[in-house]
Design a binder for this molecule. Structure first.
Ligand code: NAP
Length: 224
């Protein structure tokens, strides 16, 4: 299977690239800083240099040659203000959707966020804008005819992965390691039967493979 990861040098993206490469998948992806490509190459991970905000859909589509699954794990990460959030988390996904269509790719996995993340806190306007852009991106992808999956992780940490999660259409927002998000994404990449699903992810008791298998079995009848 060939997987293209937009945001391959990021915390989640790079972990996913390592897992998929170790599993024997062909991996490519987009990174924007030259040194990131060098670091990925030392790990045996091929990736492509490019800035999502400067690529049009046809240019990105040309990079997606032979891709089976497109994973969108990029994000502004709070840098560059609200304009960057709109350009990367919002318009960047629009570009990826259009590129998938042009390249004839059916499967797109989006790393999103809990819409109610930190509702009990008084968060800055930039965070509210981020949540708004992410929810609109979810809605845009869900309205396409792609075989999409939206994964909403809880607050990300860099603690070592536990291999155990909760995965469900609705969870309470807690936290989750980037290791376990990447491992769940890898499992979803390898479970093509799951699509047209919004799944929330938090640390929990279930082995990741079991958690994904359960969602596969719970797929509502009637969906493709
Ligand atoms: N932080 C949280 O608690 C949390 C919770 C739930 C969901 N999420 C979502 O999870 C996703 C992944 O999180 P993460 O921790 O892996 O984030 P990350 O480490 O910041 O990775 C995001 C990657 O996207 C890349 N990127 C940004 N703009 C780009 C552009 N114009 N062109 C190409 N690449 C670009 C970044 O490049 P650079 O390395 O050059 O910056 C970075 O490598 C994000 O979408 C985030 O919104 C985060």
């Amino acid at each position: 299977m060939k997987v293209f990861i937009v945001g391959i040098a990021g915390g989640v993206g790079s972990r996913l690239a390592r897992l998929l490469t170790a599993a024997g998948d062909r991996v490519d992806g987009l990174y924007r800083r030259p040194e990131q490509g060098e670091r990925l190459a030392t790990e045996g991970i091929h990736a492509t240099h490019g800035d999502l905000t400067r690529l049009d859909a046809s240019t990105l589509a040309a990079l997606l040659h032979d891709t089976d699954v497109l994973v969108f794990a990029a994000g502004a990460g709070g840098e560059g203000g609200t304009a960057a959030t709109t350009a990367i988390d919002g318009t960047g996904l629009t570009t990826a959707i259009e590129a998938a269509r042009l390249a004839g790719i059916r499967r797109l996995l989006l790393v999103s966020v809990f819409p109610e993340a930190w509702r009990h806190r008084d968060m800055p306007d930039a965070f509210e804008h981020y949540i708004d852009v992410k929810k609109k991106a979810d809605a845009e992808l869900a309205a396409t005819d792609l075989d999409w999956t939206i994964l909403r992780p809880a607050a990300l940490t860099d603690a070592a992965g536990t291999g155990r999660v909760s995965l469900s259409p609705a969870l309470i927002h807690t936290d989750i390691t980037r290791d376990d998000v990447a491992a769940t994404l890898a499992e979803l990449v390898h479970t093509p039967q799951i699509h047209h699903r919004i799944l929330e992810l938090a640390q929990g008791p279930d082995p990741i493979a079991d958690a994904v298998r359960r969602q596969n079995g719970n797929r509502p009848a009637g969906l493709r």
